[in-house]
Unconditional design. Sequence first.
Length: 758
Amino acid sequence: MSAPGNLTGYADPLNARCGGSVDFMLHDATPGTAEISLVRLLHGDTNPLGPGFVEKEVTGVTLPRTVAVGPQYVPLGSWARARDPDGVLSASLPSATLFAFIKPTMPGAREQIIAGTWDPATKRGFALLLTEGGQVALRLGDEAGTAEIVCPKPVAAHAWHFVAGGWDETGKLLIWQKGLISRWNSLVGPAPGYDLDAAATEQLERPVLPCGGQFTLAAALTGDDRAVAHYNGKIDRHGILNAMAGHDELASLAAGELPAAERLLAYWDTTAGYTDKGIGDVIRDVGPHGLHAHGINRPIRAMTGWNWDGRNDSFRLAPHQYGGIAFHDDALVDCGWQASVSIEIPPDLPSGIYALRVSKDGSEDHVPFFVRPDKARADMAVLMPTFTYLAYANEHLSFEAPIAQAICANTPVVSEADLTWKQQEAFGLSTYDVHSDYAGVCYSSWRRPIQNMRPKYRMPAIGAPWAFPADLSLIWWLDAAGYEVNVVTDHDLAAEGLELIAPYRAVLTGTHPEYYSLGMLDALEDYVAGGGRVGYLGGNGLYWVTEVRDEEPWCIEVRKLDTGSRAWQAAPGEGYLATTGDRSGLWRARGRPPQKLVALGFTTEGMDESQPFERMPDSFEPEAAWLFEGVGHDELIGNFGLGLGGASGLEMDRYDLTLGTPPHTLLVASSFNHSDNYPLVSEDITYAFPGRGGTQDPQVRGDIAFYANAKGGAVFAAGSIAWSQALPCNGGRNNVARIMTNVLDAFRSSDPPFLPRT
Ligand SMILES: [Fe+2]
């Protein structure tokens, strides 16, 4: 589809490296010339209580002053295309049968191509499709004209069917449909007695012998190589016979029998290719010509198929029941834009957060990216939560979720910029959104403009920055306080593991390090166990099992499962990641609660107001004296902040020995007096009863905790998203900053004031 008018773009890779390069893909609906410059981002939040937006011009990097920009196409929608170099399927087919198992989710919405070679531009080829009326049809086209036969009965939404269309050289057409609703596989069961079986034949006066086109799944391809008429729903095994099938043969196929080899032109076995580590985007044709199809924009695999019997909850146990591939007309994993400009990053450029500042005709955008060092060049690293940034990328929750206002207890504050973006939804969805058929979004990518990963962006539902722009408050304070740090990202840690962070004395997290891969979690755990020191400076961290493919790091996958604060919930049997084969959902549900590593774990969220921390008895123990040097006994810690006015707020974590907080952990501070807009998190709710809000449940609080181990490793955990957003207040001189200074000075020391303990 056409991209919106705004001047915007994305950087690839998002996690660039000193000595490497980064490409910028820019777009503006109106062609012209944009001025560009490289800036270092230090602060984003424009709240007047902080330093405001702070950027520094970067010199010493070769960059043109201007670049040409123009409109770029956004290839929205997932689909697949078969490789057919010898033109097996585009040759004239005098007689054939095209068949597929389907579970449509939006029949009747508009015309949707299920499979075939139909080219809407030339009106040639063949296809099975859903008509505007939600009926399956076979369409044929040759140089002399087109023909179509429509099934007399519409399909049912969210129900499995076997459908087939056939033709022969005499001009006979056939359409055939059989309902396959089982106890397990569809939205409704057998009890209502849906009769979805139907068939029709027709005799044309002149046979239509389709030819031309490329074989596609879930969309048709136009002459300019653009996919249109996207299908929403699942497609399971499908194929083409080299002759018109009879009733018995169709009944046999609908029962799941394999077609006879001599009858096959192609047969895409969507269950082929699974391994214990997941499945990729290739849909294998096990027929004689090997016309494998390649998915575009990640058609979703590891999904139940028409024959799922409910016994196994993963493709790892029953791959033959996982032939379903889900397609969505609004999926977007890779814009695939042309690079407008590339930058070679000097080896000695300071590691940090940068942006290409782009301006044209009075509008301006910052396209951010991260630069990590070629090797550790400081004793501390900030681990930027880029997985979280992608999980939230272009979230629509603030606009579309009816619960958003109830969660936030705020009237949304919507700016003109928000409305402009809302009108322009071409850049895809976040893992907080659902597709047009209400299925959850499990993939999110940096290969597209991300409106809320911008320095000045403010989440309209809460009127404050979230994630990337909020994390800049930590970056600004570190710089202002004179700490030299390297910047690394989740993506670097996922790819390199412990080796990335091992050289640093300390690693600091962002405000909301929520999405974690197994490799990231293991690396951070090994880092602490081996003597590393972690400043866990956030809320709701280490929460969702999230993975990327090694070779395609730009795209994360997460599946939201049966517990946790979740925007959607995966369907039964669909909780394992196609990316790696891992069970997704909460790390806590896999035996890895965050308390085991950072002493704290998610306990509440709210967005009306934040509160200060208060010192707890452990803070007065001699072993905690160093931590509170300069802080009075009764002093409220962080009764200020850019995150709703306090250091404990938005999302908070608590100490809990039953969830793995190390028993020798010092619980040094907690927050109180939270409102009932802060309820206890759902994963802690077994029985539902009233009284779980902040005014009633003592588990609704934020905690600050500390522990050290025998190797000199240590964790300081301030379990609140709002913690680092308090740092910039009063010019960076305040008691939150004082505690941070105490922590960082200790963490950087070879002779720290904390005693190794176990
Ligand atoms: Fe979150």
